[in-house]
Design a protein around this ligand. Sequence first.
Ligand code: ADP
Length: 619
Amino acid sequence: MNSAFQLFCRLARKVRPHVPILLLALFSMAMVAIFTSAFALMVKPLMDDVLVQSPSATAYAVPAFINRALDLFRNSPIGHQGASLPVLMLLIIIFFFKCLFAYLATFFMVSVGQRVVLELRNELFSHLLEQSTAFFHRHQTGRLISRVTNDVEKIQMAVSEVVGDLIREGFTLIGLLCVIFFWDWKLSLIVIVFVPIAIYPLVNFGKKLRSGSVRSQEKLADISHLLSETITGHRIVKAFTMEDFEREKFQMATDRLFRVNLRITRLVALSSPVMEMLGAVAGSLVIFYGYHQIRSGAMSVGQFTSFLASLIMLYAPLKRISRVNATIQQALAAASRVFEMLDTHMEIPESPDAIELGRTAGSVRFDSVCFSYDHHPVLRYVDLEVKRGEVLAIVGLSGAGKSTLVNLLPRFYDVTDGAVLIDSIDIRKVTLRSLRSQIGIVTQETILFNDTVANNVAYGLKNMNRAAIEAAALAAHAHEFIASLQRGYDTMLGEKGQTLSAGQRQRLAIARVILKDPPILILDEATSALDTESELMVQRALANVIANRTTLVIAHRLSTVRRADKIVVLAEGEIKEWGTHEELLNRNGIYSKLYDLQFSDAEVAVFPERGQRIRRSRA
Ligand code: ADP
């Protein structure tokens, strides 16, 4: 799908809605070309009538329309002031229009490009939002970000600058060619022979640039990825004292980018001087010829100067068009990446006759559920039932499939076999939106958005009043610390805002869920220990959020497993044991071993229901 022509057609389709503005731009560009050529012609009267004032020069007439325009001035009072004023007046008027249309052409063209970018960026973002968890797992964050930012920007350049330059300079090129042919068609033909010689290396440069640009973008995306990895994982890097390792990895990545960019720079830098050199040789030959023409009386000084001026002016559009090629190649590479992403469809499919899931009672059943990631089986024939309002704790070693299991409920992934049912309805038969509205999720890492505390708590909910938000925060034991922030509920959070402790973030996440008030709750308990006071607050908040909700919790805390109505032990993707805490401990199986491993360190366990801290003793 990535042939240059197909890419071009797809881009053209994006431009189609903006054809009226494009036409205005094209008209302005044609006018720029006409006025530029008129200026080139004006060099003749400027030389012959104003500067040299050679009487014989009138034998070599300028085109009729220039003469007519000049006559307008010659017959006006200005004309009586001498031969120079009409020529200069006309020059100024020509320049005025050339500049005016140049402004309009650029403005219209860039605005088309920006409109295309606006739509493309929004399209890409909503496409991203639609994608499944598997998609985000497969694509590096840095690369995805670079598609929506850098690549789209490159396409804008293509549409505004490239198309603009190509057409405007193309028109100008044609206009100036007409001028030189008008003065001396034989010499013009000879000059034109030089053009293909100049163009050949450009085409070659272009090809190399295109492949270089693809590699450069890839290397840059690698750097973005490394950056986002290190920034989000900075604590891990520090904890493992991997600074030197990360530094070296980063330096290697920047070095690779540097090399690729250097190669591109060499090509870009070379293309202009090559053109200039060719121009110099051609120019000297032309002047040599002109000298003889003037001496033999075949041309006037003004006529030859106009010819020469047009020739020199031809260089600018040629040079620009050669640059355009480089930008086109870069933009096509970017467009191919953008379209590739738009063509990747990893959405969770929604059945065409999906029904709205109303407010559920909240009973959850896993029916012979099997799940594989890309043919790698993770869950095997899992049967589970959680009744309305029950708390199910899922325990198991890391990698046992706990997260995978709970991710099936909001359909972040779909089962490979079997079914997940809510109130006996297969969740694939209901709309994603209504399904997810019934589920609240509190993960280990709380994501806070760059917004106020109130809006972070009310995330995803429309028209929430302040009283409801405060009530949720109160139930989540977050009200007190929020009230102590400088601007209370209006304090900005997120990247550029107030920083909160891990415990405070968790309580905000809990407030979010309390406000959303879903009948079903998925809880991924944080493995990292909080200080005892925070821990106590979080546990109390959790007790409030769990009440009256069907809860599936990936448990890491003794207090949680004790409180659970049922515990399942996952190992190698299967449920190996189930029962209550006491039952499982007495069985002396995997759970009791896990208990030693995961819950039996000398950590202080918190029992909020008793409101006191006790040092856990072995059961
Ligand atoms: P747990 O939550 O118990 O630690 P997970 O459900 O995260 O376990 O992982 C279960 C298995 O599935 C592990 O072997 C893990 O490597 C694999 N896995 C998890 N997520 C993905 C994914 N997106 N793609 C491929 N394999 C995955």
